[in-house]
Design a protein around this ligand. Sequence first.
Ligand code: S3P
Length: 174
Amino acid sequence: MDAKKIVLVGMPGSGKSTLGRSLAAKLNWPFYDLDDLIEAKAEKAISEIFSSAGEGYFRKLETSVLEEILDKKETFVLATGGGAPCYNENMALINKKGVSVYLDVPLNNILERLTNTQVAIRPLFSSLDTPEIILKLKDMHSQRNAFYEKAKIKLRGEDSSPELLIANWLPLLE
Ligand code: S3P
């Protein structure tokens, strides 16, 4: 079998990393989290990259780390950051190199998941109160959904158990 890459995309807090990790464990494939790879390369937390160098710098770094991982001749599951498919030509690249999966979770559920700790590590939300977070999520979703919708596979939150995914995906990966 050639190297296969499953790339999870979707809003922040949609559960890409959690799902990706358990899916990779069940498939016995390596798992990568793009944000972790960015932090390792920059030797800084995402929040520090945003505060010291700004979002523009973060987006360039994000694209170069994405290109690097997608170039590997390796099978893996990759969870991307919520903005990754929406900048540069990243979504086209993801679709060229891997099987993209949009984890489509209702905004209400995302809001429930974004606990205080999770907000603190996400610089795009960290200075906002709850009503502002709701507005920001709605705005982000309306700007980003068109990119996410370019994914080859779309999963509703309730269909996103690793078992269901494996049953539905493996034939596509042959
Ligand atoms: C971002 C989402 C984050 C992280 C960065 C920017 C975004 O990842 O990449 O804070 O633009 O939506 P998660 O989707 O894991 O929160």
